[in-house]
Design a binder for this molecule. Structure first.
Ligand SMILES: *Cc1c(COP(=O)(O)O)cnc(C)c1O
Length: 397
């Protein structure tokens, strides 16, 4: 093929098995094709207000919410700059690539970062979180940051246990929880779990395009916000409260709200939030059954070694020693048009990920698993054939 020839366009539908962005339902795509309008138009305000109420129901909060035109990183940054001051100390619970990225952001913003280190395959020991807080008798730590669902490793960290550790240590630190890849796919309860700042994004469980993110903010955190000194303007919640929508400095991204309105309708009315969670856990179990089967014969295995923390929205799969995950992903994509997630940071080339969150059903998962098995056979990756049958058995239970 010469350099001027376009790449061959594969026929059929792409099976998109990334953990974010995720598949966008057709009705959501169509809802986004809405003519733009004045964001103060009463017709839009009605849609906007409905979406805010819906987001609060999904976050399970009756407190505050602020939104940004920007991906999840924007909401990460917003909760740091609105709640902290230069030189403040925060405690990050290590879980994988995303916890480390959030920590790096905090450092760049001038914060002192302490880390509760953890084995990425087993996850943090909550007792170590409690010990770190108990040792901080001077209460230097202003916030504890946890990634609810570590998208890079396929592990869920129990946020209520982190809350309990903070309370047991009698520590006043705020609790910040990244729910970017858990919201709308795993149960998350902001108010009940005592989360002070929740971080959410549009393109994962909420099944929208990338480009909108938000924070749920507790009333306690709103008081802390008043004393925060980090520079901010676009992200400043005080500026937002003076705006007509009590959010968004600048133009409101209209089309996102038409899409969000439809996504909320699918989640809450058509399927029901509890059923959404059950579907994710059913599909996740099937993926794990396939991988556990493949692992016979020195095949790939589940990256997460802690069954009580398996993620129901993404599975990271560790390749056998010396076998490149990206070579397998390239075959899956180029030959069969199945897009798998890659390994992030130090897991690059060692891990591939199957995202099973958002708009997904059994045939999509089975198709993906069957194609991974096919690609392993073609690539000569050692594995025990029959993982798909194990997934079918799991789904038929
Ligand atoms: C995707 C993701 C992010 C980053 O969000 P962007 O929208 O890519 O900026 C942060 N945390 C977690 C857990 C994620 O899955």
């Amino acid at each position: 093929m010469s350099a001027t020839q376009p790449a061959r366009k594969p026929r059929g539908r792409q099976f998109f098995a990334n953990p974010g962005p995720t598949n966008i339902p057709d009705s959501v795509l169509l809802a986004g094709a809405h003519q733009t309008m004045d964001f103060n138009d009463p017709n839009f305000i009605e849609v906007y207000d409905g979406c805010i109420a819906g987001l609060k129901r999904i976050l399970k909060t009756e407190q505050n919410i602020f939104l940004y035109t920007g991906s999840g990183h924007a909401a990460w940054e917003a909760c740091l700059v609105n709640l902290l001051s230069a030189g403040d100390t925060i405690l990050i619970i290590e879980s994988g690539y995303f916890s480390i990225s959030w920590a790096k952001m905090a450092e760049d913003l001038g914060m002192e970062v302490r880390t509760v280190e953890a084995d990425w395959r087993r996850g943090v020991d909550i007792a170590a979180v409690k010990a770190a807080l108990a040792a901080d008798t001077g209460h230097a730590i202003k916030a504890v940051c946890v990634v609810h669902n570590e998208t890079a490793t396929g592990m869920m960290i129990p946020v209520p246990e982190v809350r309990a550790a903070i309370d047991a240590a009698g520590h006043p630190a705020l609790l910040m929880a990244d729910t970017i890849s858990s919201l709308g796919s795993l149960d998350f309860r902001m108010d009940e779990w005592g989360v002070d700042a929740a971080v959410g994004g549009s393109q994962k469980g909420l099944m929208l395009h990338t480009g909108m993110s938000f924070n749920g903010v507790s009333n306690k955190a709103m008081e802390v916000h008043k004393t925060s000194k980090l520079p901010k303007h676009y992200f400043n919640w005080t500026n937002m409260l003076a705006r007509p929508h009590k959010s968004f400095v600048g133009t409101v991204p209209i089309s996102f709200f038409y899409m969000l309105q439809e996504a909320l309708r699918l989640i809450e009315q058509e399927e029901g939030l509890e059923n959404v969670f059950l579907r994710h856990s059913r599909l996740a179990r099937a993926v794990r059954a396939a991988v556990q089967h493949w692992s016979g014969n020195n095949g790939p295995q589940l990256f997460c070694l802690n069954p009580s923390r398996y993620s129901d929205s993404v599975t990271a799969i560790m390749m056998p020693e010396g076998v490149n995950a990206d070579a397998l992903r390239a075959i899956a994509l180029q030959k069969y048009n199945v897009s798998l997630g890659g390994g992030l940071g130090p897991l690059g080339g060692k891990v591939f990920r199957i995202g099973h969150l958002g708009d997904l059903n059994e045939p999509m998962i089975l198709g993906t698993l069957a194609t991974v098995e096919l690609a392993m056979k073609v690539a000569g990756v050692p594995h025990a054939p029959g993982g798909v049958a194990a997934a079918i058995a799991s789904l038929a239970e």
